[in-house]
Design a protein around this ligand. Structure first.
Ligand SMILES: [Zn+2]
Ligand SMILES: [Zn+2]
Length: 83
């Protein structure tokens, strides 16, 4: 059984408002994409992700969202659907 993220697959579009300035937040992609050797987010280490986000260990895809207006970033657990 597999689950897919509709956001990663272009089936859904992120539609969140920035809590800081009310601007529209853009989907920066899966958080996993940032855990490689070139990750700009130092504190997040590959391998610790599951532990750090055990609450989201279900079938969620963690996305990085960012506001291009004020630079605010957030992590959003997005539900995956059964494929
Ligand atoms: Zn995703
Ligand atoms: Zn903002």
């Amino acid at each position: 059984m597999s689950y897919i993220c509709t956001y990663c697959n272009g089936m859904s579009a992120l539609d969140r408002s920035c809590p800081k300035c009310g601007g529209r937040m853009s989907d920066g992609g899966r958080l996993e994409d940032y855990t490689g050797p070139y990750a700009p987010y130092g504190p997040i280490e590959a391998g610790t992700l599951t532990n750090g986000y055990s609450d989201w260990a279900g079938h969620s895809c963690i996305h990085q969202a960012y506001c291009s207006r004020c630079g605010y970033t957030d992590m959003l657990p997005l539900d995956e659907i059964r494929a």
